[in-house]
Design a protein around this ligand. Structure first.
Ligand code: ATP
Ligand code: MG
Length: 563
């Protein structure tokens, strides 16, 4: 064991690995992350990435990135590239970059080995017949009429399948195990199917393609994977995984372990459904900031460290569960709370004119960048006679506990002065379009010289100096908390949240913000955490709200603890 090896396991897989290293069953661990390149990765994949790469790092082993590209139908180069980008962005380095398709010849030879040993046969039943004769949990299946074909006949038929002499769907290669096995996966599973289709990497070389179950363990065996970690739904496939490994001459013997997949509230987490959202234009693309994809979350302003922290915190267990999406928000909020620069931005502006402030004057006001980190210093903000404040910070007829601005009331402008509203200007429709105020010149810094109490503090931007921007506010993509359990007769489309995106086009940012890069993250005072979008240009800045300030997750937990 290396020095980096932890002394205490924090989950059952770590425990298994520590036992294997101690007993000498395994000298050095090797894991893999094996996505099928049929879509962009999502936050559920991040859990698997953090687990596989994390274990390798922790125990001085290695982890491969392997494209499980055995189905030419849905796989695309764009997905291959996005997957490499996402894994790297999360901060992990693969040992080897592998493609299952590189092993097609070896898979084929192992299929021949099974046939020669009388452990596989070519079945001419239709897909429907195979399904119907499979039996149920309480009823055994029925043997195929083709099950007793001779080895010679099977070899010759499989050869014809491979040479492209047989049409798609006419026959398949099946394992010959046991049609009465209590585990349905062991009832002569299909190993190979005919697909007259070009493959991304092998082109027209093959027209028979292995099934996932057949290929996966062999991929692990070829790469010397010691711990093949997958999600819980494959637990019932493990006997088949082992059977396939046990019945041909593999170079190494991998073992499969299963953990619970990540489910998030208000979220669907399947590439198939995410692809529908993209194809039907229900979102702007795979990297729409509302998507649970890694690229979407990245664009939304999440950091790799926050995603890794989230995966660490949710842990690894053997029972399926649902993680509250507020917890994901909580983790990034915590990180941004300590790191993000505080700035002022007015999302829905209302003009304020300070009548007793000299016309044409601009003074610079010092503002701290981050109260959590004094070492981040201060900046100078221009203050002048005309400003913008947030429209919702003014009410003409306020209720009792409204401490913001209203006629005759005094409030503090953050870092600057106290102002009092003296007049409300309306347009013909009766909407408030401007406020006239007076300021107290002795209150610079925001303190009243006579110590009078002023409760409200508002953010503001000088009208002449502010930069106009578009700001996008996001909400859950779906309205239902548990998207894995829909009401009868409904589909996921019935739960799409029509208000998941709110675009504000006339926001005013403090000067300099328009030039921010998408990697810079800010707290817009009193509003939340934001980052520039990839659509942003200095002429037309666009910001995404990563997460609002209010932490409903922390509140819930506190409440639970005090109850
Ligand atoms: P999807 O259903 O979204 O298409 P998948 O499991 O088919 O997902 P793969 O490309 O086969 O996608 O996944 C690669 C790896 O990521 C697998 O080992 C899989 O178990 C793991 N994985 C996929 N979804 C999750 C999830 N929600 N939580 C944890 N791990 C996951
Ligand atoms: Mg899949």
């Amino acid at each position: 064991m290396t020095d980096t090896t932890p002394s205490k396991a924090s989950n059952f897989i770590e425990q298994i690995i520590m036992d294997d290293l101690t007993s000498g069953r395994v000298e050095k661990i090797r894991t893999r992350f094996p996505p099928e390149p049929n879509g962009y990765l999502h936050i559920g994949h991040a859990k698997s990435i953090c687990l596989n790469f994390g274990l390798a790092e922790q125990f001085g082993g290695t982890c491969n990135l392997r494209f499980d590209d055995t189905n030419p139908e849905k796989e695309e180069e764009e997905y291959v590239n996005s997957i490499m980008e996402d894994v790297s962005w999360l901060g992990f380095k693969w040992d080897r970059l592998c493609y299952a398709s590189d092993y097609f010849q070896q898979f084929y030879e192992w299929a021949l080995e099974l046939i020669r040993d009388g452990k596989a046969y070519v079945d001419h039943q239709s897909a429907d017949e195979i399904r119907e004769t499979r039996g149920t949990l309480t009823r055994p299946g029925k043997n195929s009429p083709y099950r007793e074909r001779t080895v010679e006949e099977n070899l010759s038929l499989f050869e014809s399948m491979k040479r492209g002499e047989i049409e798609e769907g006419a026959c398949v290669l099946r394992a010959k195990i046991d049609m009465a096995n209590p585990n349905l996966n062991m009832r002569d599973p299909v190993l190979y199917r005919i697909m007259h289709r070009d493959h991304l990497r092998t082109g027209g070389e093959w027209c028979i393609y292995p099934m996932y179950d057949f290929a996966h363990g062999y991929e692990d065996a070829i790469e010397g994977v010691t711990h093949s970690i997958c999600t819980l739904e494959f637990e019932d496939h493990r006997p088949l995984y082992d059977w396939l490994i046990d019945n041909v001459s593999v170079p190494s013997r991998p073992r499969q372990y299963e953990f619970a997949r990540l489910n998030l509230t208000y979220t669907v987490m399947s590439k198939r459904l995410l692809l529908i959202l993209v194809n039907e234009g229900l979102v702007s693309g795979w990297n729409d900031p509302r998507m649970p994809t890694i690229s979407g979350i990245r664009r939304r302003g999440y950091t790799p460290s926050a995603i890794r922290a989230f995966c660490r915190e949710i842990g690894v267990a053997k029972a399926n569960s649902m993680v509250d999406i507020e917890f994901l928000h909580h983790v990034i909020r915590e990180e941004l709370n300590s790191d993000a620069k505080r700035v002022m931005a007015v999302l829905e502006p209302l003009k304020v004119v300070i009548e007793n402030y000299p016309e044409g004057k601009t003074e610079m006001i010092e503002a701290e960048n981050n109260p959590e980190r004094p070492e981040d210093g201060t900046r100078q903000l221009p203050f002048s006679r005309e400003l913008y404040i947030e429209r919702e910070d003014f009410m003409e007829e306020p209720p009792k506990k409204f401490f913001r601005l209203s006629p005759g009331k005094e409030v503090r402008l953050k870092h600057a002065y106290l102002i009092t509203c003296t007049e409300v200007i309306k347009n013909e429709e009766g909407e408030v379009v401007e406020l006239r105020c007076v300021y107290d010149p002795e209150s610079r810094g925001g303190e009243a010289p006579d110590g009078r109490r002023v409760k409200g503090t508002l953010h503001w931007v000088s009208a002449a100096h502010g930069e106009r921007a578009e700001v996008r506010l996001y909400d859950h993509l779906f309205t239902r908390r548990d998207m894995s359990d829909l009401e009868e007769g409904k589909t996921f489309r019935d739960y799409i949240n029509p208000d998941s995106l709110r675009t504000l086009k006339n926001c005013i940012l403090e000067p300099g913000l328009g030039a921010a890069s998408p990697r810079e993250r800010f707290q817009f005072l009193r509003q939340g955490y934001f980052c520039a979008d990839r659509d942003s240009t200095p002429d037309r800045p666009v910001f995404n709200r990563t997460v609002a300030l209010k932490d409903s997750w922390a509140k819930t937990v506190q409440k639970d603890q005090t109850n």
